[in-house]
Design a protein. Sequence first.
Length: 136
Amino acid sequence: MSKSSQMAEGLDDPDAAAFWRAAAEGRLVYSQCTACEAKWFPLRGVCSACGSDCAERQSSGRGEVYTWSRVHRSGETGFAQQVPYVVGMIALDDGFRIMANIEPVAAVEIGRRCHVTFRASPATGKPAPLFILDEA
Ligand SMILES: [Zn+2]
């Protein structure tokens, strides 16, 4: 098993496990430093800016498309049947960015408003964040 798939399943990383537990409940979470208030994603226990402890925060799940790419060919397990799909970076209103799939594929543009939902990942079967574009 690759390191990235172990991370995705949270097998050896307590912060990733916390993320997937929240996702299973339909919640998108991030970390915020209890001292300098810096926001981090993926989750982490210690602030990379000042070394203080971080706390888990729940995101509104609302943001905008920061950048994106349409995938026409995929060798990733479970994703080959999904093409074409869009993978993008979403800038959340809460002040962090996350990489996720965005739909509907044909309408994705930089700056479009979107919101999170959760759908079973074709790779793991576990609920994973998916961003849906708001009505134009
Ligand atoms: Zn800090």
